[in-house]
Design a protein around this ligand. Structure first.
Ligand SMILES: [Zn+2]
Length: 132
């Protein structure tokens, strides 16, 4: 291939085959082996072949899904530990009346402030009485 880098415009794309890349998301990571494509000698940008791009993106999607499921389970665990209904937890954190139902099914991602409050209450459940 003699075309130029879409990122920096240099003309020195070099072919690579069978490389392993690491995908990271929110502290979790996974590796994808056997990827091929071209790498720019000017800016180091990587342009995967179609199949490699699909596999790399799928690994990232899996990480996001796993993280969302992990967070959903954790939110349900903390809410139950505090003895709150989903509606009461939503009143406490300012979400809509069905916010926790959606968080716990992984259909919505809570704001960091909600997650942080739940983590604090997980460690210090006695503070709940100061909030409600
Ligand atoms: Zn480049």
């Amino acid at each position: 291939m003699s075309d130029n880098c879409a990122t920096c415009g240099e003309f020195n794309l070099e072919r690579f085959e069978g490389e392993t890349f690491t995908v990271q998301y929110s502290g979790a990571e996974t590796t994808v082996a056997g990827l091929s494509g071209r790498r720019c000698g000017g800016c180091d940008e990587v342009f995967f072949d179609d199949e490699s791009a699909r596999r790399y993106a799928a690994a990232g999607d899996d990480l996001i899904l796993n993280e969302r499921m992990r967070q959903s389970r954790n939110i349900r665990r903390i809410r139950r530990k505090l003895g709150l209904t989903q509606a009461a937890a939503a009143r406490l954190t300012g979400g809509g009346h069905n916010a926790f139902s959606r968080y716990e099914r992984g259909e919505a991602t809570p704001l960091p402030a909600v997650v942080n409050l739940l983590h604090l209450l997980d460690r210090h459940p006695e503070l709940l009485k100061d909030l409600v």
